[in-house]
Design a protein around this ligand. Structure first.
Ligand SMILES: Nc1ncnc2c1ncn2[C@@H]1O[C@H](COP(=O)(O)OP(=O)(O)O)[C@@H](O)[C@H]1O
Length: 179
């Protein structure tokens, strides 16, 4: 299990692009009873130049995984993090206190990614990944079953109830650490 006696948990928020990770992360950071630093890993990679260049075909950065892990290690060890990324298996098991996998109906996901201006090829790839439960499977293979939670993200009500559920989990985690 992760963490030992950290002051604050590390929450991995994952899911196919467009499922609502950044939106959830924002609301969660505001609602959390313990301060959580919200790290959008794609932005973090860009800002710190933790990549080996830009792939024009896929319109994404080729991440330098070793350097990314080195940068994140001290932050994860300190705790109090939301790690928002479309993949999770890279993060060591010892970092994770909770792994949330957001899910979304594929028709809705297609519309969200279309609005974002993704090329059709990239929309199709992500849509298929959502249908095939790629991220969920990855999370289940990388972390203990009891810390992996799958949550639906299709409506504003879903966001509200998901955030409230995670806040309850944080309170329970806090109490548990204090005992
Ligand atoms: N549960 C939801 N209900 C309604 N709209 C949502 C929901 N989750 C995400 N969205 C919308 O979908 C788009 C993508 O959300 P975003 O949080 O950026 O996804 P991600 O960070 O996973 O790529 C945004 O326009 C957001 O407002």
């Amino acid at each position: 299990m992760a963490s030992g006696k950290r002051q604050a948990p590390v929450i991995i928020l994952t899911g196919t692009p467009g499922t609502g990770k950044s939106t959830h992360a924002q609301f969660l950071a505001e609602a959390s009873p313990i301060p959580l630093k919200n790290i959008n890993v794609s932005e973090f990679v860009k800002e710190k130049g933790l990549h080996e260049g830009y792939d024009e075909e896929w319109q994404s950065y080729t991440v330098d995984e070793d350097r990314l892990l080195d940068e994140l290690e001290p932050l994860a060890s300190a705790g109090g993090l939301i790690l928002d990324w479309h993949t999770c298996e890279l993060f060591p098991e010892r970092w994770a206190d909770l792994v949330i996998v957001l899910r979304c109906d594929h028709t809705q996901l297609w519309e969200r990614l279309e609005k974002r201006g993704y090329p059709v090829k990239k929309i199709k790839e992500n849509n298929e990944a959502e249908i095939m439960e790629v991220v969920l499977e990855e999370a289940r293979q990388s972390y203990p079953a009891e810390i992996v939670i799958e949550l639906k993200s299709e409506t504003m009500e879903d966001i509200e109830s998901n955030v409230s559920r995670i806040v309850d989990w944080i309170k329970a985690w806090q109490k548990n650490q204090a005992d």
